[in-house]
Design a protein around this ligand. Structure first.
Ligand SMILES: NC(=O)c1ccc[n+]([C@@H]2O[C@H](COP(=O)([O-])OP(=O)(O)OC[C@H]3O[C@@H](n4cnc5c(N)ncnc54)[C@H](O)[C@@H]3O)[C@@H](O)[C@H]2O)c1
Length: 325
């Protein structure tokens, strides 16, 4: 088979966004701000209003990131027929519901109708590309491009090849997301939940346990995180942190000195909470007390402003990457 030529990132002119919900809108905003035309495919009757409202909401953040938001929606269109929506796409980013059979159906139609050069990526946060691509005739074309919510803001995109995904697709996806200003990271194996969400899940389990046990409140726990490991991990991940924690002996010394104590004294006593009625009631009461003053939209806007300021301080705003538009 003749290999499909790999388009340079600047040749991405048209994107098909399948599923215009939380993630689809965010990708759409970023693509449009990068000068890529976007076609939205979503069966909801009110999808156009929803997407336009969603884009309006994230426009200030896109502008704050240094991206062009003038006439942001000039290149936006809607197409309810999936085959027609992907027919002219250079990139198809699927953000439909997290259901295997539905994603399999969507991707069968996409591969029959998208151009041969198009990059085919699913935003799934848990389903392996191997499973979705089982129903495809060319599974080598599909890849997971898993963003961290919201994709227009957070740099990471986990690129997770399936068993049959080709090297060329991996390269194509890596180059595309990097050119968008993202930080693509290719995983070496498919694991449930990929990496960032597994880490969040492990930490959140302990957070729920500590609050359920009455060790701290939600507000106190959040303050502990943002004033210690949150700040620290924005500049040095857990391994680099503990390499430094080992002093001149680095990580080897850390493992001997503190790591073994952590293994013996801490790992066995970490919590395994459940979302039983009492725990859920405690979590909800405390969330109302701690966060009830503002709407979620207001709190999200506040978080986004602080996140952008932090990214700017770290030189991680997309403005510093290759520009498309
Ligand atoms: N929300 C997150 O934090 C997050 C983060 C990363 C990845 N993801 C992944 O992104 C995907 C979408 O998640 P979301 O949170 O945006 O969900 P969502 O419910 O907000 O949006 C899903 C959209 O898909 C549409 N849809 C339903 N059937 C469809 C079909 N047949 N064809 C096209 N569109 C269809 C729905 O109308 C809806 O607008 C999921 O695979 C999810 O795992 C979510």
């Amino acid at each position: 088979m003749t290999p499909t030529p790999e388009p340079a990132p600047d040749s991405y002119k048209r994107a098909a966004i399948i599923g215009g919900g939380v993630i689809g809108v965010s990708w759409a905003g970023l693509f449009l701000a990068r000068g890529i035309d976007v076609v939205i495919n979503d069966p909801r009757g009110d999808i156009e209003d929803l997407v336009r409202a969603g884009l309006e909401e994230i426009t200030p953040a896109l502008a704050e990131l240094g991206l062009s938001t003038e006439n942001l929606t000039a290149g936006l269109s809607f197409e309810a027929d999936l085959a027609a929506a992907v027919a002219g796409a250079d990139i198809v980013q699927e953000n439909g519901p997290e259901r295997l059979e539905l994603k399999q159906r969507i991707w069968q139609t996409v591969e029959q109708n998208a151009p041969a050069h198009a990059l085919l990526a699913t935003s799934t946060s848990s389903i392996p590309a191997t499973a979705i691509a089982k129903a495809m005739t060319r599974p080598e074309r599909l890849i997971v491009g898993h963003p961290f919510n919201p994709p227009h803001l957070v740099p990471l995109v986990e690129i997770v090849p399936g068993e049959k995904t080709s090297e060329e697709t991996v390269r194509q996806a890596t180059a595309f997301y990097a050119a968008l200003g993202k930080k693509p990271q290719v995983l070496r194996k498919e694991v449930p939940g990929f990496v960032a969400n597994r880490l969040q899940s492990a930490i959140f389990r302990e957070c729920v346990y500590l609050v359920a046990q009455g060790v701290v409140t939600e507000q106190e726990l959040d303050d502990i995180v943002t004033s210690s490991i949150g700040l620290r991990w924005a500049v040095a991940g857990p391994f680099r942190t503990f390499h430094l924690g080992g002093g001149p002996g680095g990580l080897p010394h850390f493992i001997e000195h503190l790591g073994r104590a952590m293994e013996a004294g801490m790992w066995p006593v970490l919590g395994s909470p459940t979302f039983d009625d009492t725990t859920v009631a405690t979590l909800i009461d405390q969330a109302n007390a701690a966060f009830g003053d503002g709407t979620v939209e207001e709190l999200a806007a506040e978080r986004d402003r602080a996140q952008i300021a932090l990214m700017r301080a770290l030189g991680e705003t997309p403005g510093s990457a290759t520009s498309h538009g």
